[in-house]
Design a protein around this ligand. Structure first.
Ligand code: KG4
Ligand code: ZN
Length: 396
């Protein structure tokens, strides 16, 4: 079966063709980072308009590269949510129009399911069941994955997502958007042990068995640290008044607060922050393996590209006899390949409309409102997007 995958949930237009027997045939990605950079973050309206410009040319490109014709397609899989409504509508509209024209199913995929299954694209894929650590800009979750559509939530963030914490800290240090990779790069030159930052919800983990995360306290601790270091630096330069001004400006705008800190100082802060977040992610992931009795960990989502996280997870897992699986670097962040793969697995696994709901998870109801068995028999191609797609929002 040949499946076209379309991802337009945020600031990347990702297109891919996946063959259930031959694997990934072609994929293409257009990143809008340069466009959003001057605004310091994603501008939703601009994102939608850019997806419109890119989506069909990119589909033509992957078709040409793989030598496939539209008539060869068996289904079109698209990201139905969660994400930016306008951006999601672009991929959703194109996917349904294409499927309607060809008389094939259009399969709405949960963006996180795409991330979750993305390590299966690698040459050495994990086998079900496994524990998955999902760390993206919007989510931080630990899941027990028994099969396609069988996701049990083990723990999740109660406030900021890990990627969000990286991005906000990067912003505080005056780094550009997206902040995660820039902060990670700066951290390479810093001393991780220089500052002691909190490891939220870690101390009592073994007592409570709690696998939830919290990163907002860490964010506040970094803000206070940056303010203090900026004030100290200014005082050293004998401009104490400026120290106050720096602190006040930072408090008001949440930015430029680190202006007085030199490059080495910023690198130390970046490294100390990264180490704190990595400590928490590693400890909780290993504890999730212990709790579930599973021995494979899958890491997915943008923060999964973080080198230090990989280093520490690899070491920690090896010590305890676990195996860790990552998507290829290019499939860590948003892409069309993971959506095409998820579509193929849902079709091939016959799992459409058959998601088993275990625990409270934003992934637990991925099939609700998506293709459904009836759409295969009698396609209506009526479509909606789900900018917020989780259990609470659907009242389940
Ligand atoms: O999965 P993703 O591409 O998009 C979402 O679905 O959110 O993840 C993007 C997030 C951003 O917060 C970005 O800063 C972070 O992943 N990220 C990183 C790294 N690369 C991307 N965070 C830390 N270190 C990295 N190397
Ligand atoms: Zn993502």
């Amino acid at each position: 079966m040949l499946i076209l995958g379309i991802e337009t949930s945020c600031d990347e237009t990702g297109i891919a063709l996946y063959d259930s027997e031959r694997g990934l045939l072609a994929h293409a990605l257009h990143s809008q980072i340069a466009m959003h950079e001057e605004y310091g973050g994603v501008v939703p309206e601009l994102a939608s308009r850019d997806h419109i410009r890119r989506v069909l040319p990119l589909i033509r490109r992957v078709m040409r590269e793989s030598g496939a014709a539209p008539e060869d397609l068996d289904a079109v899989a698209y990201t139905q949510g969660p994400g930016l409504a306008g951006a999601l509508l672009v991929g959703t509209s194109v996917a349904n129009a294409l499927a309607f024209t060809l008389g094939i199913p259009a399969i709405g995929i949960h963006h996180l399911e795409g991330h979750l299954l993305s390590p299966l694209l690698a040459s050495n894929p994990p086998r079900f069941p496994f524990v998955a650590l999902l760390v993206s800009g919007g989510h931080t979750q630990l899941m027990r994955v028994a099969g396609v559509g069988e996701y049990e939530l083990l723990g999740e963030t109660v406030d900021d997502a890990a990627g969000e914490a990286f991005d906000k800290t990067a912003h505080l240090l005056g780094l550009g958007y997206p902040g995660g990779p820039a902060l990670a790069q700066l951290a390479e030159a810093g001393r991780a042990g220089k500052y002691k930052l909190p490891r939220p919800m870690l101390e009592r983990m073994h007592k409570t068995g709690n696998l939830d995360f919290s990163f907002s306290g860490l964010k506040t601790a970094v803000l206070l640290l940056v303010r203090k270091e900026a004030a100290d630096a200014a005082a050293k330069a004998d401009v104490a008044a400026e120290a106050d001004a720096v602190a006040r400006a930072g408090a008001a705008a949440g930015t430029d607060v680190a202006a007085g800190i030199d490059a080495a100082g910023k690198a130390d802060i970046a490294a100390s922050f990264q180490e704190a977040i990595v400590d928490v992610l590693v400890a909780k992931s290993l504890y999730a393996l212990e709790q579930t009795g599973l021995d494979q960990l899958v890491v997915a989502g943008g923060v999964g590209a973080n080198r230090r996280l990989r280093e520490r997870l690899d070491r920690g897992a090896a010590e305890q006899g676990y195996a860790v699986f990552y998507p290829e670097y290019e499939f860590c962040t948003d892409n069309g390949a993971m959506i095409a793969l998820a579509g193929a697995l849902r079709l091939g696994a016959g799992a459409i409309g058959a998601t088993s709901v275990v625990g409270a998870s934003s992934l637990a109801n991925v099939s609700e409102g998506t293709v459904g068995a009836s759409l295969l028999a009698n396609p209506t191609y009526a479509f909606t997007v789900k900018p917020r797609w989780d259990l609470a929002a659907t009242g389940l």
